[in-house]
Design a binder for this molecule. Structure first.
Ligand SMILES: NC(=O)c1ccc[n+]([C@@H]2O[C@H](COP(=O)([O-])OP(=O)(O)OC[C@H]3O[C@@H](n4cnc5c(N)ncnc54)[C@H](O)[C@@H]3O)[C@@H](O)[C@H]2O)c1
Ligand SMILES: O=C(O)C(=O)C[C@@H](O)[C@H](O)[C@H](O)COP(=O)(O)O
Ligand SMILES: [Zn+2]
Length: 361
């Protein structure tokens, strides 16, 4: 078992343990986050395991209701939030009720956002069930939804009370979804840890086989890095932007694909783009980009776009990036593996050239 502390205000813990869901009910009873619990999940996770969890919690005497929405990024919008909120009001949820976000990053972002605005804020806990959510989205309190104009454009910073990571649930997760999470793990290596990057280079085979030891290692290392960054800069005044490495173009690719391109794959290609821009800005040699591309490829992640996205649309989405100043993003670049640089002056022509090299038309 590993416990990692996130030193935000208030602070909270991430508990990482294979099989922890079996004694979750007792832990929730002991900690008492709410008088009633609302288990929020998506349609897939509901069928696969949320009904079982519901039964387990009810058997232990906890008052719990379950609410779900159709699985997928296309549900990450205000309509879903409003629908869930109305169901909570109708079920009598009040300020002492607590939300349990049980699912992937889409569920965590929606449920966390709802918790932050429901009756001006109620408690929530995160129980992430995808690798991506376990290494990234359940930690740090970024919550929110998409707009047709772009990714995560509505949202809040609102920390969960606790994060419970049971990597045993990843046994049910399709390989393509495992890969989405690995993209974010590669990101942590690129921004903060040569050691993690090298570990991934050496152990990609065992990780893809979901061997518990390397799996627990990469989850814990990712959470440690994220907890450290978020503890220093909870609301993204500066340092936290490093967590957006690969996301500037990644988010634009996702939006331009009308959410057909999954987050991790978009970030994988976005990281290659950021490395190529870093090269063109004279920060790194092509060797670093090649190492990144080789690692992504060995993990089964794309290094070029599989969909033809119009470059003009991609550039339009970039202008509404949350890191933009005067409608142009501050790019997160690298000067080595593990070392980032912010660059507000990347020329548009350079971004266009790189986007085209990666498959935009
Ligand atoms: N808030 C943050 O800090 C943060 C960080 C990274 C990503 N995100 C967001 O996270 C989202 C992507 O998250 P995701 O990749 O988890 O997607 P997701 O939540 O859509 O989950 C992917 C798929 O896996 C299914 N699933 C979930 N757990 C499962 C399990 N154990 N077994 C089988 N199937 C399972 C889901 O039903 C879904 O179909 C994006 O919206 C992204 O913007 C947020
Ligand atoms: O936690 C953060 O900070 C991140 O940037 C983590 C990212 O992996 C994540 O995709 C996040 O949702 C991006 O946030 P945004 O503010 O760029 O929309
Ligand atoms: Zn991300």
């Amino acid at each position: 078992m590993k416990i990692i502390k996130v030193r935000t205000k208030p602070a909270y813990e991430i508990e990482i343990r294979g099989g922890l869901l079996t004694d979750l009910a007792q832990d929730l009873k002991d900690r008492g986050y709410g008088d009633r619990y609302f288990l929020i999940t998506d349609s897939n996770v509901r069928q696969l395991m949320a009904e079982d969890l519901l039964e387990m919690l009810r058997e232990a005497g906890l008052p719990v209701e379950i609410l779900s929405f159709p699985a997928g990024e296309a549900s990450k919008n205000m309509a879903t939030v409003v629908e869930l909120a109305r169901k909570m009001v109708q079920a009598g949820a009040d300020r002492r009720s607590a939300i349990v976000a049980f699912g992937g990053g889409v569920t965590g972002d929606i449920a966390g956002f709802l918790a932050s605005i429901y009756m001006r804020g109620i408690a929530y806990i995160q129980i992430p069930t995808t690798l991506l959510a376990q290494v990234d989205s359940s930690v740090g309190g970024k919550t929110g939804v998409d707009l047709p104009e772009g990714k995560n454009l509505l949202g809040t910073f609102y920390q969960p009370r606790r994060v419970y990571i049971d990597y045993a649930v990843l046994g049910l997760l399709p390989l393509r979804e495992i890969r989405q999470g690995l993209a974010e793990v590669v990101k942590y290596g690129m921004i903060k840890s040569q050691r993690l990057f090298k570990y991934l280079e050496r152990h990609s085979g065992e990780i893809m086989q979901l061997e518990p030891e390397p799996l627990e290692h990469i989850i814990a290392e990712s959470c440690r890095i994220k907890a450290w960054v978020v503890s220093k800069d909870e609301k993204e005044a500066g340092l936290r932007r490093i967590l957006n490495f690969g996301h500037t173009l990644g988010h634009a690719f996702e939006a331009a694909s009308a959410w057909r391109l999954p987050h991790g794959e978009a970030v994988a290609v976005g990281m290659v783009a950021a490395a190529k821009i870093s090269e063109k800005r004279g920060l790194i040699s092509p060797e670093i980009t090649h190492r990144l591309e080789n690692l992504l490829t060995s993990l089964g992640l794309p290094v070029r776009l599989a969909l033809e996205l119009p470059v003009s649309e991609v550039l339009t989405y970039l202008r509404s990036d949350k890191k933009a100043r005067s409608q142009w993003p501050v790019f997160v670049l690298v000067r080595d593996i593990g070392e980032t640089v912010f660059d507000p002056e990347v020329p548009e022509a350079m971004v266009k050239e790189v986007a085209e090299e990666l498959g935009c038309r």
